[in-house]
Design a protein around this ligand. Structure first.
Ligand SMILES: [Zn+2]
Length: 110
């Protein structure tokens, strides 16, 4: 949090706003929870698990909508779709290889 959401005074790290006295502890806790979820999502992306990353980012966005979390969510979704396509492509390639092996075997007598 950079500024008080009530009066826009610069936040200097306390639990209440120095200008209007608004209680900020709850908001700070929500912000920290969102940051933890984003950190966990990044760890999931590092271990090639975009689905788990997406689930954490949906929760993070529900707590706090930031452009970074939104972009990261789009990236995780894209990564999940690309990995799905890759798995399909690999299955297709393997099937083609198996077909060609079968063809060679069945035609080896000629
Ligand atoms: Zn304030």
């Amino acid at each position: 949090m950079e500024r008080c959401p009530n009066c826009a005074a610069r936040w200097e790290g306390g639990g209440t706003c120095r200008r209007c006295g608004m209680e900020l502890t709850g908001l700070i806790r929500i912000e920290q929870a969102a940051e933890s979820l984003i950190a966990r999502a990044i760890a999931h992306l590092e271990s090639a698990d975009p689905e788990a990353a997406s689930a954490d980012l949906i929760q993070a966005l529900a707590l706090r909508r930031t452009p970074f979390a939104q972009h990261l969510f789009c990236f995780a979704q894209w990564l999940a779709s690309v990995e799905g396509a890759d798995a399909t492509s690999l299955t297709h390639i393997n099937r083609q290889l198996e077909d060609s092996r079968q063809w060679r075997k069945s035609n080896s007598r000629f």
